[in-house]
Design a binder for this molecule. Structure first.
Ligand code: 9WO
Length: 253
């Protein structure tokens, strides 16, 4: 897998290639990172990458030519071409299936805008999809690009150790169905707050039931859409439905 990132701030991307799970996978050679600064593809003395917007308005717009040349240079280094994704709140919402499809396709070219945005002709000429992390505005696309790479690299075979893989499996289950139950570690009592007795019982079956019920309660309250999805996917057992009916009953009274 290979990601190529088009960015005016390539140093930012060291956070993903240099540290943690993604950094370890990078050192193992499981994925490659190409960094392309549009400033390196300018030809004027000031190395200009932005200019004032036609029609007026605040701020500056990234110019089409340095961006297109950076994408072309990235393409020339790629064996499998893959999509060219622009980080933008106007785009398709990023999710786990999109991360998996990037892994399956061998990666992508990720374009990070700065200033007020990029010249639309660059979008029309080079961008295959716009991708959003959610309904908020950032100062640039670099952090969304890092999120995409983090989510993708974790899915590569060999990127996670055994403990991390077990955790990933339960997270995938949670994404397909329910939110994760709460976690506790030492101490048993912190400022009068106890760890739930069920988790200290040592009864594996009882612990599993408690966690499942916590997940169901949390998902019902915070993400009823996910609960409905899980129901439709046939992920809820008869015991789950009985527990949810009991919850609905006690909430009504
Ligand atoms: C900003 C914007 C705001 C409202 C509607 C559309 C928009 N597009 C952009 C945009 O592409 N901005 C560029 C990248 C330049 C300014 C900083 N950028 C950015 C990307 N801000 N926020 C994002 C972003 C990307 C993905 N998910 C959430 C936010």
């Amino acid at each position: 897998m290979r990601f190529d990132v088009i960015t005016l701030f390539p140093e930012m991307l060291a956070a993903v290639s240099g540290q943690g799970i993604t950094g370890r996978a990078f050192k193992q050679g499981l994925w490659e990172l190409g960094l392309w600064n549009p400033r390196e593809f300018t030809h004027d003395a000031h190395r200009t990458v932005d200019d004032r917007p036609y029609g007026g308005g605040p701020g500056m717009v990234m110019m089409v030519d340095p961006l297109e040349q950076a994408v072309d240079a990235a393409r020339a280094q790629r064996l499998r071409q893959g999509p060219v994704l622009l980080m933008s709140p106007r785009g398709r919402r990023f999710d786990q299936p999109l991360a998996q499809s990037l892994v399956d396709g061998g990666g992508a070219i990720l374009v990070c805008g700065r200033y007020e945005g990029v010249d639309q002709r660059f979008v029309d000429r080079c961008v295959t999809d716009e991708v959003s992390m959610g309904d908020f505005v950032l100062s640039g696309g670099e952090i969304p690009a890092m999120a995409i790479m983090d989510a993708s690299v974790r899915l590569l075979p060999g990127a996670l150790n055994d403990a991390e893989s077990a955790r990933q499996d339960s997270f995938n289950e949670a994404l397909a169905g329910l939110l994760d139950s709460p976690h506790y570690t030492r101490p048993e009592v912190y400022k009068n707050q106890r760890v739930p007795a069920e988790l200290l019982s040592g009864h594996h079956a009882r612990i599993a039931v408690w966690r499942r019920e916590q997940s169901l309660t949390l998902t019902l309250h915070r993400r009823p859409d996910l609960l409905q999805q899980a129901r439709k996917a046939g992920l809820l057992t008869d015991a789950d439905e009985r527990f949810l009916a009991r919850l609905a009953g006690s909430a009504a009274s």
